[in-house]
Design a binder for this molecule. Structure first.
Ligand code: NAI
Length: 794
C-alpha cells in the first residue's frame, strides 16, 4: 500500500484520557456524597440517594444525596449564619478567597475536566479547553470585583443569602457564573446543581475547604426539581438566580412573586446564525460546527437556526454536509472526539421527537453516514433544511445537535426572521462587510451578538437574554449589579396601601356618563387626547374632599391601544441621544414657565407647599435626565481573544409604568424620565389619587415636541390597569410602584411573557431626595446591555 493510499484510509486511533485520578477521587468519598453544608459533607436528612450516571455508557458513577426541604433549610441556616462574618471582611479579603479559588481550580483542572466529561458526556476537549479554563477565569475576574467593590459601587450593599439553581449543560461553569459574583459582592450562597451533573459542584465544595473559605459561605444541596422548589420557596432567601428551561423559569417567577426575593433568569434560546452572501463561507461552516455541535447542541445560546441568504444557500449547505461527514461522534473521553453523549435518555427522546415533528411539518432531514457507539446516548449531527419559520423546529428549543436551516433574500428579512421567536438570547452574524454585520447586530433582539464568530464567552462580558430568554446578566459590571441593591432601600418604610385614597377617585356615574364639568382630562394615546373605551369618567376629589374634576376610567382596550401606539413609536430608540436630551430640556423649560399654574392645580390634591416642591423637583429631574441622555454610555471590553466586545446600553423596549399615588408629578417624572432618556416607549398609569395631572402632562409633551406615542397615559383604577399591563404580551418590562400586594400581583401576572418587573417592593421612596429618587439605579433598570463581539486581525 502506497503512502498516499495509507493516508487516505487512515483512521483515527483511540486517544482516551485516563480517568484513573477521577475515579480515585470518587473512591475517597466511597462514591457516595452528602450535601455540603457549613463546610462539611452531611448525609441527607431522609437518607435517600439517587444515581449519577455516565451518559456515554449508562453506568452509575456515584450515589448522590437527595435534598429534602429540611436539608435546604439547614443549608439556608448555614448561609445566614455565615453572612455577617463574610460581610465584615474587607473587599480585599474576599478578593483573596476568590483568587485562591481560581488558583485551586487551575491546580485541579484535569481532574475537574475528566469528572465533568464523565458526568455530562461532553468531549474532554471541551471540558479541558473551554469549561474549566473559563471557570478559573471567572473566579479571577470576580476576585477583581471584590477588590474594587467599594470604590466602584458606592452606596450599594449585598442582598444576603442567595439561592442558585443551575442546569446540567455546563455544570461547573454555571456554578462559577453564579458563585463568583455572589461571593465577590458579599453574599452567601446555597447552590443546587442539576440532578444529572452534581459531581463537579461537589468537587468544588472540597476546593472551598481547601482554600479555607469560611464555613457556610458556600453550601451545596443536591437533588432534583423538588429540591430546587424548596430553595425557591424558602422564606429566608433574598435572591434566586436560575438557569434552565423557560417553563421552570416561569414557575419560579410565580413562586417568588409574593416575596421580596430578587430574581434573575437565564432561560432558553433559539439563536439565529445569519449568513450573508458575502460571508467567508468556510469560516461560517466552522462557526456552525462550534455554534450547534458544541456540547452536542445542548447550549442555551446554540446557533440552532441557520438563516442563509438565498443566493449562498446551496453552496453553504453543500460545504456544511461535507464538514458534517467528518465530525466524530463517540466516547467523550477520547481526545479526538467532536460530539459526545447526550445527557440522558429523556433528552435523547425529546430531541428525536422534535426532529420527527419537524419532518412531519415539511423539513428535509439530512444526517451523515457515521456509525454511533452501540451503548450510551448518542445522536447524529442533523441538518433540517426547507424549514418553515413557523415550524416547531424553528420555534422551540431542541437542545440537541440539530440545525434548522431557512433562507432569506434581504437584510431586512434576515432580521425579521431572526427576531421571529419568543426568545432573545444570542445571535451570530456572518458577513465580510462590517456595515452589514453591525447593522444586523444592532437590530437583532439578543443579549449577545457574535460577528463572524460564535459561542465566545468571557467573565468581563455580560451574558443574558431579552424577552423569554429571561432577564438579568451574568458577567461584567452588569452581572455584579444583580447581587447588589442601594443600602437605603431595604429599610425604607412601606407605602400607604393603594386604594386607601385620602381623596382620589369616586365611582363612575353609570346613569350619567361623561358629566360636563370644568376640569375633565382625557387619555393620551399615540399623541392624541382620546376618550376612554368605557365611556365613563369618574369624579376626582381634592384634599378637602371637594370635587376637583373628572378623569377617564381607562380599561383593557385603552391599554391595548396605548401599547400598540407605544410600539409604533419605537423609532424613539434610534433617535439621537442629543435629540432626546433637547426634548427633556425643552420640557423642563415649559414646566418651569407654567410651574405656577400647574402647582396651583396640584395643590388641591397635595397641598400648596408640596405642590410647589413637586414642580421644582420635577424641573430638576428633567435637567438630570436630559444630562444623562448622552452620558450613560456602554463600554468596550477586551476579552482574551482577538476580539473586542462592544457593550451597548440599549433601551429595554416598550415599558408599562405604574406611578406612585402620593407624588402625582415628581413621582411620575422620577419613573418616566430615566426610561425616556434611554429610548424606551411607555404606557404610564398616572397617580390614581390625582389622575388630573395627566392633563398638564400631555400639554407639556405636546408643547415640547415629544414624538407621538412615546409616552401614552391611561388613567383609571391602578390595580385593574396594573393587571392588564402585567399580562400584556407586547410589553417588555413593567415598572410598578405601589403597595406590597400590587407589586406581588404585577410580578406574578408577568410570568406569561416573562417581562422584567421592577418594583418598589411596597416600600416608600423619597423622591425629594436625589439619592433615592434619581440616578444610576434607575438608569441601570431602564437599559439592558447587548454585547456585540467583533473580531479583528487576519
Ligand atoms: P430544568 O429547567 O427542569 O432544570 C434546570 C434546573 O432547575 C435543574 O437543577 C432542576 O433540578 C431545577 N428545577 C427543575 N424544576 C424546578 C422547580 N420547579 N423549581 C426549582 N428548580 C427546579 O431543565 P431540564 O428538565 O433539565 O431540561 C429541559 C429543557 O430545558 C431542555 O431540553 C432545554 O430545552 C432546556 N434547558 C435550558 C437550559 C439553558 O441553559 N437555558 C439548561 C437546561 C435545560
Amino acid at each position: 500500500m502506497s503512502v498516499i493510499e495509507k493516508f487516505r484510509t487512515m483512521e483515527y486511533g483511540p486517544a482516551p484520557e485516563d480517568p484513573k485520578e477521577s475515579f480515585l477521587w470518587l473512591d475517597r468519598y466511597g462514591r457516595r456524597f452528602g450535601h455540603f453544608i457549613a463546610g462539611r459533607f452531611e448525609a441527607p436528612s431522609e437518607g435517600r440517594y439517587f444515581d449519577s450516571t455516565d451518559p456515554s455508557t449508562g453506568e452509575k458513577i456515584a450515589d448522590i444525596a437527595e435534598g429534602s426541604a429540611a436539608d435546604v433549610a439547614a443549608a439556608v441556616r448555614a448561609a445566614r449564619a455565615a453572612l455577617p462574618g463574610w460581610q465584615r471582611r474587607s473587599g480585599h479579603e474576599r478578593a483573596r478567597f476568590l483568587y485562591a479559588l481560581a488558583r485551586q481550580v487551575q491546580k485541579h483542572s484535569r481532574r475537574l475536566a475528566v469528572l465533568e466529561t464523565l458526568d455530562n458526556g461532553k468531549p474532554i476537549r471541551e471540558s479541558r479547553d473551554i469549561d474549566i479554563p473559563l471557570v478559573a477565569r471567572h473566579f479571577y475576574h470576580h476576585a477583581g470585583w471584590a477588590q474594587l467593590l467599594e470604590p466602584e459601587f458606592p452606596g450599594y450593599q449585598a442582598l444576603g443569602v442567595v439561592g442558585q439553581i443551575i442546569p446540567w449543560n455546563f455544570p461547573l461553569l454555571m456554578l462559577a457564573w453564579k458563585i463568583a459574583p455572589a461571593l465577590a459582592t458579599g453574599n452567601t450562597v446555597v447552590l443546587k446543581p442539576a440532578e444529572f451533573t452534581p459531581l463537579t459542584a461537589l468537587a468544588f465544595a472540597e476546593i472551598c475547604n481547601e482554600v479555607g473559605l469560611p464555613a457556610g459561605v458556600v453550601n451545596i444541596v443536591t437533588g432534583d426539581g423538588s429540591t430546587g422548589e424548596a430553595l425557591v420557596k424558602h422564606p429566608d432567601v433574598d435572591k434566586i438566580a436560575f438557569t434552565g428551561s423557560s417553563e421552570v423559569g416561569r414557575a419560579i417567577r410565580r413562586a417568588t412573586a409574593p416575596s421580596h426575593k430578587r430574581l434573575s433568569l437565564e432561560l432558553g434560546g433559539k439563536s439565529p446564525f445569519i449568513v450573508f452572501e458575502d460571508a467567508d463561507l468556510d469560516s461560517a461552516v466552522e462557526g456552525l460546527v462550534d455554534g450547534i455541535w458544541f456540547n452536542q447542541g445542548q447550549v442555551c445560546c446554540a446557533g440552532s437556526r441557520l438563516l442563509v441568504e438565498e443566493s449562498a444557500a446551496e453552496k453553504l449547505l453543500r460545504k456544511l454536509q461535507a464538514r458534517m461527514s467528518t465530525l466524530r461522534v463517540g466516547p467523550p473521553l477520547d481526545k479526538a472526539i467532536d460530539i459526545g453523549a447526550i445527557i440522558a435518555r429523556v433528552q435523547l427522546e425529546r430531541i428525536d421527537g422534535l426532529v420527527k415533528q419537524g419532518i412531519a411539518e415539511g423539513a428535509t432531514c439530512w444526517q451523515p453516514e457515521i456509525v454511533l457507539p452501540a451503548r450510551g446516548f448518542y445522536y447524529k449531527p442533523t441538518l433540517l433544511s426547507n424549514v418553515h419559520p413557523t415550524s416547531i423546529v424553528a420555534q422551540q428549543e431542541i437542545f440537541g445537535p440539530v440545525l434548522a436551516a431557512m433562507t432569506f433574500r434581504t437584510p431586512r428579512e434576515a432580521v425579521e426572521l431572526a427576531n421571529n421567536t419568543v426568545y432573545g438570547l444570542a445571535a451570530s452574524v456572518w458577513s465580510e462587510s462590517v456595515n452589514v454585520a453591525l447593522a444586523a447586530a444592532e437590530q437583532v433582539k439578543a443579549g449577545v451578538v457574535w460577528v463572524n464568530s460564535t459561542n465566545l464567552f468571557d467573565a468581563a462580558c455580560g451574558f443574558g437574554g431579552y424577552r423569554e430568554s429571561g432577564f438579568g446578566r451574568e458577567g461584567g459590571r452588569e452581572g455584579i449589579l444583580e447581587y447588589l441593591e442601594p443600602a437605603w432601600f431595604r429599610s425604607a418604610p412601606p407605602v400607604k396601601p393603594s386604594g386607601g385614597n385620602r381623596n382620589g377617585l369616586g365611582q363612575a356615574d353609570v346613569a350619567n356618563p361623561i358629566a360636563p364639568i370644568d376640569r375633565t382630562v382625557k387619555l393620551y394615546i399615540g399623541g392624541k387626547q382620546t376618550r376612554p373605551d368605557s365611556g365613563y369618567s369618574v369624579p376626582v376629589y381634592g384634599l378637602d374632599g371637594g370635587l376637583v374634576g373628572e378623569a377617564p376610567l381607562g380599561n383593557r382596550k385603552d391599554i391595548r391601544n396605548a401599547v400598540e401606539a407605544a410600539r409604533k413609536a419605537a423609532g424613539w430608540a434610534r433617535s439621537s441621544a442629543h435629540l432626546r436630551a433637547q426634548i427633556l430640556y425643552y420640557m423642563a423649560e415649559n414646566l418651569s414657565g407654567r410651574g405656577g399654574e400647574i402647582a396651583g392645580r396640584l395643590a388641591a390634591a397635595v397641598g400648596e407647599k408640596a405642590a410647589e416642591d413637586e414642580v421644582r423637583l420635577s424641573v430638576e429631574r428633567l435637567f438630570s435626565y436630559a444630562a444623562w441622555s448622552d452620558k450613560f454610555d456602554g463600554a468596550v471590553h477586551s476579552p482574551p481573544f482577538r476580539n473586542i466586545s462592544i457593550a451597548m446600553n440599549e433601551p429595554v423596549g416598550t415599558v408599562g409604568v405604574v406611578c406612585p399615588e402620593d407624588r402625582p408629578l415628581v413621582g411620575f417624572f422620577s419613573l418616566v424620565l430615566p426610561l425616556l432618556c434611554a429610548g424606551n416607549t411607555l404606557v404610564a398609569v398616572p397617580s390614581e389619587s390625582y389622575p388630573l395631572v395627566a392633563g398638564d402632562l400631555y400639554q407639556l409633551f405636546e408643547s415640547s415636541d415629544l414624538p407621538d406615542g412615546v409616552v401614552n397615559l391611561v388613567t383609571g383604577r391602578t390595580s385593574e390597569l396594573t393587571k392588564v399591563l402585567a399580562e400584556h404580551d407586547d410589553l417588555d418590562a413593567l415598572w410598578c410602584y405601589g403597595d406590597e400586594s400590587l407589586c406581588a400581583a404585577a410580578k406574578a401576572l408577568s410570568a406569561g411573557n416573562l417581562k422584567q418587573v421592577w418594583s418598589n417592593e411596597g416600600r416608600s421612596i423619597d423622591f425629594s431626595d436625589p439619592q433615592q429618587g434619581e440616578g444610576r439605579w434607575y438608569l441601570e433598570h431602564s437599559h439592558q446591555v447587548k454585547n456585540i463581539w467583533v473580531p479583528y486581525g487576519e
